[in-house]
Design a protein around this ligand. Structure first.
Ligand code: HEC
Ligand code: HEC
Ligand code: HEC
Ligand code: HEC
Length: 470
């Protein structure tokens, strides 16, 4: 894994209003970096009936995309240095084009690796194949492309911020509220649910846009995503006082928590989709734990995972996000967490039974997740949350639940996200922050090489971390 961050100073937590219906006001803990003591979180709920990543794609495509060049002028977002007296940096284009992998996503399709993937799949050219362009560029339909639009710009501004046709002029007017721009098609990136759906539409895939096992088999890298970690890898934004006043506070622990719920929901959507979820007599293998199949036969490493109730020789669903969301709920709503544990186990059992039993179990889980996302979004994560979440993960580790690499990898990202979130919110003193960061690094080291993953190393490193975090 290459996604390790050492944190210098971004912040945690937030939300915004999605245009139509908003609810819920939450008061914040904390002395965030901006020093504010109170924040208002407006969270969209009505859209959650369709809490799937494909919905994000539809929103992004709803208006014409004018092209990166339309955002890149020196007085707009193309400055070379951040502006002093502006709400936003205004050098976002430079940051994006110099250091953001999204700017190179189209170029990637011209690489030798891509040529090999395309050849293996029988595609004439990766750079013209819809399946590749959907995630490696801003592949909106021809009618939605303005004059300056270039497919070669890769994952450009409007691939995340939405087609700017109707808001390009209003969004520079300070008297126009963010919510008004959102109503005109600007994507609500600051809402954690909406953001998770957006990122996951490419970083996990949807039933219409998938990295299938076939594409992996052709040589595509495995996708691993965690919302908070990835949000801060190449940012062209920061959370300052001005941001908080416009959009509300940001909380990294909450972003992590919501990201897990939305990813789990998305997994279930693909699993239950007739077209994407199965092929011939096989289910879509990408939804399963890779190492259930890809392992050396002489290893004799099998052992029970109580959370699944499955015996030896069974291919397990990759339940990493479901498991993490259960740990979120262990903090936010313990009764719901216990219910979820039962439902996850029932889903694993159902996969050994039939497709219809699997769909039924998955649909029950979807309902539980949808009901809980609202509670999670309104929850005030405090320092005590840190111990509770890590404690819950630790209890799983003690029971041998982290036999599967993917869950261990998510747990490492979880530990990092919650610790960084509290650190940046000023809730850990310097020594403690330093000690914990060192222990997170050691935990990461145990999931660095997935082919050599050893549960005992992971469990040991986690134990040291949780003991220190208490
Ligand atoms: C339209 C598809 C798309 C969307 C939407 C998208 N990404 Fe990406 N992202 C990609 C692709 C493709 C790459 C790989 C680019 C390359 O190397 O060619 C990538 C790479 C990244 C990387 C670098 C990963 C690494 O291993 O270094 C980060 C971080 C990232 N994305 C974060 C995000 C976040 C956060 C969001 C949501 C706010 C998001 N992405 C939304 C397609 C997308
Ligand atoms: C569901 C979205 C999705 C689809 C479809 C997709 N990719 Fe990707 N691809 C990604 C993301 C996201 C990454 C970055 C992974 C990371 O670093 O976390 C990536 C990474 C890659 C990389 C590695 C880039 C690097 O910098 O190492 C190559 C090569 C690649 N993709 C080629 C392709 C080709 C060729 C196709 C079409 C057959 C394709 N991709 C289809 C999302 C997608
Ligand atoms: C991979 C997705 C992605 C891409 C591509 C992208 N952005 Fe962003 N952008 C985000 C996210 C996520 C945020 C954080 C937004 C928030 O919290 O409201 C953000 C924030 C911003 C902000 C600050 C907003 C604020 O209220 O402080 C500006 C300005 C911005 N982006 C402009 C651009 C421009 C210009 C481009 C193209 C050069 C671009 N972005 C490309 C995802 C993206
Ligand atoms: C149900 C078992 C199963 C699961 C689960 C599974 N695979 Fe596979 N995988 C296979 C089989 C079978 C092949 C084909 C081997 C062959 O062609 O000889 C394969 C081939 C591959 C290949 C090509 C290997 C090569 O030598 O070229 C890659 C890469 C791959 N899988 C990655 C993954 C990833 C990543 C995951 C998890 C997201 C995964 N697989 C999950 C069974 C599985």
């Amino acid at each position: 894994m290459s996604i390790h961050l050492t944190f210098t100073g971004c912040i945690a937590g937030t939300d915004v209003a999605q245009s139509v219906c908003t609810f819920s006001v939450s008061t914040g803990w904390g002395k965030g970096m901006a020093g504010s003591r109170l924040f208002i979180g407006l969270v969209a709920v009505c859209g959650w009936g369709l809490a799937h990543a494909q919905g994000a794609v539809q929103q992004i495509e709803a208006h014409q995309h004018l092209g990166v060049a339309s955002c890149a002028s020196g007085v707009c977002h193309g400055a070379t240095q951040p502006f002093k007296d502006s709400n936003v940096w205004q050098n976002e284009y430079s940051v994006w084009s110099d250091s953001d992998p999204h700017a190179k996503a189209y170029q990637t399709l011209l690489s030798n690796d891509s040529k090999r993937i395309a050849r293996n799949l029988g595609l004439p050219n990766a750079a013209t194949a819809k399946i590749c362009l959907d995630c490696h560029s801003d592949n909106v339909p021809a009618a939605q492309r303005g004059e300056k639009f270039l497919i070669t710009d890769g994952v450009g501004c409007e691939a995340c911020h939405g087609g700017s046709e109707e808001w390009i002029s209003s969004h520079t007017d300070r008297s126009v509220a963010h919510a008004d721009n959102v109503a005109k098609g600007m994507y609500p990136t600051s809402d954690p649910v909406a953001r998770a759906q957006l990122c996951l539409s490419c970083h996990m895939g949807t039933s219409d846009r998938m990295i299938t096992h076939k594409i992996m088999g052709a040589g595509h890298p495995r996708l691993a995503f965690e919302l908070d970690t990835f949000t801060w890898l190449n940012p062209h934004y920061e959370i300052d006082e001005d941001y908080v006043s416009r959009k509300g506070e940001f909380n990294g622990a909450r972003a992590w928590a919501i990201g897990q719920g939305v990813a789990a929901r998305n997994l279930l959507d693909v699993l239950t989709n007739d077209k994407a979820g199965s092929h011939g007599i096989f289910p879509e293998l990408v939804l399963f734990d890779c190492h259930a199949c890809h392992r050396v036969m002489s290893g004799k490493r099998w052992g029970p995972r109580p959370g699944t109730g499955l015996g030896p020789g069974v291919v397990r669903l990759n339940d990493a996000n479901l498991v993490m969301f259960r740990h979120v709920l262990a903090l936010v709503d313990p009764a719901a967490s216990d219910r979820l544990a039962g439902q996850i186990r029932a889903l694993h059992q159902a996969t050994t039974n039939s497709r219809s039993a699997t769909n039924q179990a998955a649909n029950e889980l979807k309902r539980s997740i949808d009901a809980s996302l609202q509670t999670v979004a309104a929850y005030n994560f405090s320092e005590a949350s840190l111990g509770t979440i890590l404690g819950s993960i630790q209890r799983d580790a003690d029971r041998g639940e982290f036999r599967d690499f993917a869950a261990a990898e998510q747990a490492a990202m979880a530990a990092q996200s919650v610790i960084v979130a509290f650190d940046t919110a000023g809730q850990l003193d310097e020594d403690r922050a330093k000690r914990l960061t060192g222990l997170v690094d050691r935990l990461y080291a145990t999931v660095e090489q997935e082919d050599n993953y050893q549960m005992s190393n992971f469990t040991g490193a986690l134990r040291n971390l949780t003991a220190s975090a208490r």
